[in-house]
Design a protein around this ligand. Structure first.
Ligand code: NAP
Ligand code: GLV
Length: 316
């Protein structure tokens, strides 16, 4: 049985699969595989291990002649037409849970970097401008006493909230349903989206991208943010109407934004590069040695399970 992997992965995934007797084919170039190449390579594969950068739409799925599983090496699966895959009896799996800590850590790093202006401070110091301690140099925002609005109180949102409580913040959240466990954990109350945006000093996004969350933050509601507030996005870029965010950052209608994801990544709106009140990261939320190895390994285990006619471990 053949397994096609759309990029080299960390850890011992290939070995794991080969030991089980699978024929493993890997796209080894240091770029994203094109749709044409993906179809050519995967059309006779029994299993496909994909990345969030691979668009697995109807056209691709229609060309998967033998495939029984698409194992995405990500918790987000907005790159896959899941319903269509299911209609063709192909399992789709993701990597939930194991990346919560890494992604929550990075979210905290973004929030703290924005609050204390780390990027500006680093540039200032490297520019040899630090000549004396100054009472008004690079004044930032303190976290203690501030309200944090978590949008999407799921696995990662919960870990972010847990990390922020010791910083003496108050948590509120928005989600599509009441999350009792989250409320117990954080003492937070569910509020409307507009209330959260209007009353938070820090807004942190942790919802998946789907039809309902596309441009959830947009021209209308971004205007409700406090001028002193911080916005952190480690979910998906398309959840924010990026041109409106750029507009309020330019006009200094919020304090700062920390972004790990972009509306058209990896094509980044160049206007963002001109702004000093934004921190830009290249989608590295889960990028730790430990987590990326676990993600790859979980994807491989999902494939093995399905190949052995067992249920997948983490089906979508
Ligand atoms: P999760 O546990 O499913 O949490 C998402 C939360 O959002 C859930 O509480 C969910 O509610 C809620 N939600 C879903 N649709 C909603 C809607 N239309 N309106 C309001 N709330 C909604 O997911 P997670 O594991 O925390 O991951 C969240 C997202 O983070 C992923 O989908 C991925 O896009 C992103 N991510 C990014 C990175 C990175 O590298 N930057 C790393 C990991 C994950 P239900 O419980 O009702 O579904
Ligand atoms: C990363 O963005 C993921 O969804 O795992």
């Amino acid at each position: 049985m053949k397994i096609f992997i759309t990029q080299e992965l960390p850890g011992n995934v290939e070995e794991l699969l080969r030991k089980k007797g699978f024929d493993v084919d890997v796209f080894r170039k240091n770029k994203i595989i094109s749709k044409r190449e993906l179809i050519r390579k995967a059309k006779d594969a029994d299993g496909l291990i994909s990345l969030l950068t691979n668009t697995i739409d109807k056209e691709v799925i229609d060309n998967l002649n033998f495939c029984r599983i698409i194992a995405n090496v990500a918790v987000g699966y907005n790159n896959i037409d899941v319903n269509y895959a299911k209609s063709k009896n192909i399992f789709v799996t993701n990597t939930p849970g194991i990346l919560n800590d890494a992604t929550a850590d990075l979210t905290l790093a973004l929030i703290l970097s924005c609050a204390r202006r780390l990027r500006e401070g680093d540039i200032y110091t490297r520019g040899n401008k630090f000549k004396a301690w100054m009472p008004q140099l690079l004044l930032g925002m303190e976290l203690a006493g501030k309200t944090v609005g978590i949008i999407g109180a799921g696995r990662i949102g919960s870990e972010v909230a847990k990390r922020l409580i010791p910083f003496k913040t108050k948590i509120i959240y928005y989600d599509r349903t009441v999350k009792r466990d989250f409320e117990k954990l954080t003492g937070a109350k569910k509020v409307s989206l507009n209330f959260l945006i209007n009353n938070s000093d820090i807004v942190s996004l942790h919802i998946p991208l789907n039809d309902k969350t596309y441009h959830l933050l947009n021209n209308e509601n971004l205007k409700l943010m406090k001028p002193t507030s911080i916005l952190a996005n480690t979910s998906r870029g398309e959840v924010i109407e990026e041109k409106s965010l750029i507009d309020i950052l330019k006009k200094r209608k919020i304090f700062a934004a920390g972004m790990d994801v972009y509306e058209n990544e990896p094509d980044i709106n160049k206007e963002l590069f001109k702004l000093d009140n934004v921190i830009l990261l290249p989608h590295i939320g889960s990028a730790t040695v430990e987590t990326r190895s676990k993600m790859a390994s979980l994807a491989a285990k999902n494939v093995i399970s399905v190949m052995l006619r067992k249920k997948p471990i983490t089906p979508v």
